[in-house]
Design a protein around this ligand. Sequence first.
Ligand code: TYM
Length: 419
Amino acid sequence: MADEKSIEQMSLNDNSAVAASAIEDVVDPWNVSTSSATGVDYDKLITRFGSSKVQPALIERFETVTGHRAHHLLRRGIFFSHREFDNILTLHEKGKPFYLYTGRGPSSEAMHIGHLIPFIFTKWLQEVFDVPLVIQLTDDEKFLWKDLKLEECRRLAKENIKDIIAIGFDPAKTFIFTDFDYMSSVPEFYRNVIRVQRCVTFNQAKGIFGFDDSSCIGKIAFPAIQAVPSFSSSFPHIFGDKKDIQCLIPCAIDQDPYFRMTRDVAPRLGFRKPALLHSTFFPALQGAQTKMSASDPNSSIGLTDTDKQIKTKINKYAFSGGGATTEEHREKGGNCDVDISYQYLTFLLEDDERLEQIRKDYTSGELLTGYLKKELIEILQPLIGAHRERRKAVTDETVKEFTTPRKLNYTPSNPTAAS
Ligand code: TYM
């Protein structure tokens, strides 16, 4: 009952916060928008969602515990918020197992570069921690939310799996599944779905996800399906009968409502609450008021875009924080906080010193927008080009290798630690 109350309280808090800042920021799994040119106010979001800021001390602890330098996405505050990441570091320190879980809703054939961010980061986490990874493709979610035929959702899921594999995951440690296939083949998964569904009332689901009386019942029941990959007992072929292995979910913060709900019901079911690492959004080309969207190809750089398309899109659409004329720019300088090319460089340019030099020179007016765009194009073209090549090499056989339910090669996260 206490938990029932806490989820209700959480929803109420969330709703009142939404009302207070509705004019500026909307962030949920289906919509992201703000009226501010500098993008979503992420500090406010931390308060609203009740997560914790990734503080320098946590990054330091990560580096000490793992012996690895933090990824630039972590160092630069792009993965800015977390829930219990410190606990994951403790597990690693003690040599206790945990696993990674992330996902994709296959609503379009071509994923965009924003979607790559959580996957690139997840791949790095997997390499650092040497732990199993499960990746969920919610083809059922897209069938319920988008005007798509069921077979089309299944096809898009298969296409997206190829893009995900092309990121370079290790097949010995990675299991990729689609809901339509996995739900009908592994009974333990569906049993957990039903357990979660019994714990959450319609009233609570309305509070968390904004459902109303016209929402179809499939949508109302769906969040349980995104919740249960957080529980190790949903994957008996990987974890046997262990139901207490914690998971860590890297994702952008739009997915947090699903996992607030999951964390609330987990203890009632005797499961571990998932830990999370949340990223900011890779903004749309037109400006940080919205995130990149696959449904508007001109707002995004797609993973299938050609070199020419990349160049044209950046030159034509990437919002500039520069002055209206060269003279004005030289005099007043550029504004990196709103300049989309600079924002993209913070996600993609690994060299800290170079990025800082660009920031200084653009802010002082020495560098023009055209230079930033050129720099960005020179990073994007080989990055997307290499992805296109790796994707071409993914065959149906490779897909089968990743999607067959099987044992993964997992050892305690830090086998050298004292037990
Ligand atoms: P989807 O397909 O909308 O997004 C896939 C992943 O990409 C993140 N994301 C972004 N990250 C940075 N910048 C952006 N512009 C951007 N747009 C999307 C999302 O947060 C997500 O991590 N329901 C989910 C699929 C899912 C899932 C999960 C995601 C199922 N289980 C577990 C994360 C973790 C969805 O539709 O994601």
